[in-house]
Design a protein around this ligand. Structure first.
Ligand code: ADP
Ligand code: MG
Length: 258
């Protein structure tokens, strides 16, 4: 018996090609646009322009979320999500000024100081997201993890390489300095990194410990003041003195217990 070769329909071939090219948006929208074009509601070329525009937008979103993931940002927080009225001590116009990212071009630092839950990490992430959106290379690291990573690199004899890696990012966010004491050896490693970035690259630090208390965190007053000196020169310091957003919905008696 002769083989019967059944030609796939143009629609099936188009869908097949779109699947091969991973153009999922176009594949999903194709039936609707076919209907509009054959009904005379839309010209073919306009349909093509709209379908490809949706695909371009989806690709941009994909690339952005991939870049956010690879920068180590733990999640996406934006200034638009920030409730300014809840935290009036946050200088809104100064933060919006930072969001223009001029501080990155000028290799300036940002220091967010305040007690837990006041929005330090949120604002640092929001600035990081703005920077990623603008195509800058961003690295977000929890302070204790950063120090552990540098200690590990030192033990493996690759400290220089690792320091270079962290020194290179256009924006380094060191989150939660002060939650764990990092000790003298950690302070020395952090000092090396901060020195390499000094006046070359921007660093954002969030901390619950005012600079006066950094001696305790680093286990050494001299190292603490050497680090603070470099961080605070060319720095925008934002002190947040409000309630914890995490506790905002707790009933009053629970808040007192906290
Ligand atoms: P911190 O780093 O100061 O301890 P976070 O930035 O982690 O605090 O804030 C704790 C949680 O509360 C996060 O989920 C954050 O998004 C949210 N949050 C804090 N402040 C605000 C605010 N003013 N508006 C909206 N969300 C906030
Ligand atoms: Mg935090």
């Amino acid at each position: 018996m002769d083989d019967v070769v059944v030609e796939a329909s143009p629609y099936a071939r188009a869908q097949n090609n779109l699947a091969t090219l991973k153009l999922d948006q176009m594949a999903a929208a194709l039936p609707d646009y076919m209907r509009m074009v054959s009904g005379g509601e839309m010209e073919f070329v306009s349909a093509l322009a709209e379908m490809t525009a949706a695909e371009v937008l989806a690709r941009k979103r994909r690339i952005l979320s991939q870049r956010i993931r690879s920068s180590g940002l733990p999640c996406v927080k934006t200034l638009a999500d920030f409730d300014w009225s809840f935290q009036p001590s946050v200088p809104r116009s100064r933060i919006e000024g930072l969001a223009t990212l001029r501080f990155i071009d000028e290799a300036e630092n940002v220091l967010f100081v305040g007690s837990p839950g006041v929005g330090k990490t949120h604002l640092a992430i929001a600035l990081g997201v703005e920077a990623v959106r603008a195509g800058r290379e961003v690295r977000f690291m929890d302070c204790a993890r950063l120090v552990d990573d540098l200690k590990d690199a030192q033990a493996r004899g690759i400290l220089k390489k690792r320091l270079k890696y962290y020194a290179h990012s256009k924006l380094l966010i060191i989150d939660e300095l002060g939650y764990l004491d990092i000790g003298e050896s950690g302070a020395d490693l952090l000092f090396q990194l901060i020195s390499m970035r000094y006046e070359q690259r921007s660093t954002i630090i969030t901390t619950n410990v005012g600079i006066g208390g950094w001696g305790g965190v680093f286990g050494d007053e001299v190292a603490a003041s050497a680090i603070a000196d470099r961080v605070c020169h060319h720095c925008s310091m934002v002190k947040i003195t409000g309630r914890s957003y995490r506790l905002k919905d707790l009933p009053a008696e629970k808040k007192r217990e906290q």
